[in-house]
Design a protein around this ligand. Structure first.
Ligand SMILES: [Zn+2]
Length: 391
């Protein structure tokens, strides 16, 4: 791994020639892009009553910060924790999480957000000066092994689904427990799992391979008739965690039109952060939310990743798979540690500055920020139309 890291460092140094960039240029390029972040977990807080309209500084996401950061479209995570599998509460939780997007975010702040379900919606809503709000399910167990529920979720506006979360479900293996001998694995996707992918293709829901085990990825890649996304994953060559994608995966994915949306979680960007993070246990501090207490513990023990680390992951994807394969999937409010310089949604312009300094063109940045994701969405929409016409 050391050798790979050293090689990666050399490559990124070769790319490191910088030029000076004015504030005006950052602003101009940043506002010319439609910044589409494909993964944000503020929904796990809004469902508990957190008001996204209040500009507080106890998290990564609120309306004011989204505007400061120039976010054009936000995929909100309809995250269904594995704990809901016990007693079959996954569908209930999914519906509650969908409701928090529709009711607590879009419904409560209609001047700021509008629900989007297509690429055209995103462009129109962006032109109208609002933030396009989209929904993606995190955790394939949400469908409780039923294509009927999958179709219901599509009808409610869900436009992607991660085939698994950190838990292997009844039809797909997860990277989160792939080495746990107590878990019954399937060697990737079962026949039903392949049927889920096909039904997603037919509906026009993006297949999201973030969190899946490697074999699940390869099975999904073989089965899917439309390009896929990794809504919040980074590069395993730079941070060797099973959640990240290997170079072979990224290259094959890109060949089929897929986009890897880089995750900002320190532990997925930097091995130093990943190693230190292993020593942090969920913490409690009297009077503090459990997540905030654990985040405070992280701050003490984990050296944060940096903006430069984020750019290294983008560079790596661009180098091995081309500029059409990279995107942004922050995981804000779903992680305990965010990179220095990219602490919350308001800081996206810092990323624009560094990309410009490193020589990325305005066109490249527009692709990475949103153009590539719009391209996948349109391809997925077209594939669905084609498949529905055949029936
Ligand atoms: Zn996740």
């Amino acid at each position: 791994m050391r050798i790979i890291c050293a090689a990666a460092a050399l490559i990124s140094m070769a790319f490191a020639q910088t030029r000076s960039v004015s504030d005006a240029e950052v602003k101009r390029v940043h506002s010319s892009a439609i910044l589409i972040d494909t993964h944000n977990d503020i929904t796990s807080r809004t469902v508990e009553g957190y008001d996204i309209g209040e500009a507080k500084h106890d998290g990564h996401t609120n309306v004011t910060a989204l505007k400061e950061g120039g976010v054009g479209a936000q995929f909100f995570a309809v995250y269904v924790s594995a704990e809901y599998v016990n007693g079959n509460h996954s569908a209930n939780r999914t519906l509650q999480m969908i409701d928090t997007v529709r009711h607590d975010i879009v419904g409560r702040y209609p001047k700021d957000f509008e629900l989007a379900t297509t690429a055209d919606d995103i462009e129109r809503i962006h032109r109208e000066g609002k933030i396009a709000a989209l929904m993606g399910i995190e955790g394939g167990h949400a469908i409780e092994d039923s294509l009927r529920l999958l179709r219901d979720y599509y009808a409610l506006g869900i436009r992607y689904m991660t085939l698994t979360h950190s838990n292997t479900n009844n039809w797909a293996d997860s990277s989160g427990d792939i080495n746990d001998p107590k878990i019954q694995h399937h060697n990737g996707l079962t026949d039903f799992g392949k049927g889920v992918v096909r039904e997603m293709n037919r509906l026009g829901m993006m297949v999201d391979i973030s969190h899946v085990a490697d074999k699940t990825f390869w099975d999904a890649l073989a089965v899917s008739s439309a390009p896929m996304i990794a809504s919040h994953s980074s590069c395993r060559a730079l941070a060797n965690v099973p959640r990240n994608m290997t170079d072979d995966m990224i290259v094959a994915f890109a060949k089929k039109g897929g986009v890897v949306q880089v995750n900002f979680n320190c532990g997925f960007l930097s091995e130093k952060s990943a190693e230190a993070g292993k020593n942090v246990k969920p913490s409690t501090i009297p009077g503090m939310r459990g997540e905030d207490a654990t985040a405070a513990e992280y701050k003490k023990k984990v050296p944060p990743a940096t903006l430069a680390d984020v750019v290294s992951h983008i560079d790596h994807i661009v180098k091995i798979a081309g500029v059409n394969a990279a995107g942004i999937g922050s995981d804000f409010d779903g992680v305990f540690c965010t990179p220095t310089g990219l602490e919350d949604v308001s800081k996206f312009p810092n990323l624009t500055r560094v990309l410009l300094e490193k020589g990325y063109s305005a066109d490249d940045i527009r692709k990475i920020y949103g153009g590539n994701t719009l391209r996948v969405m349109r391809a997925v929409e077209a594939e669905a139309k084609k498949e529905q016409a055949l029936k």
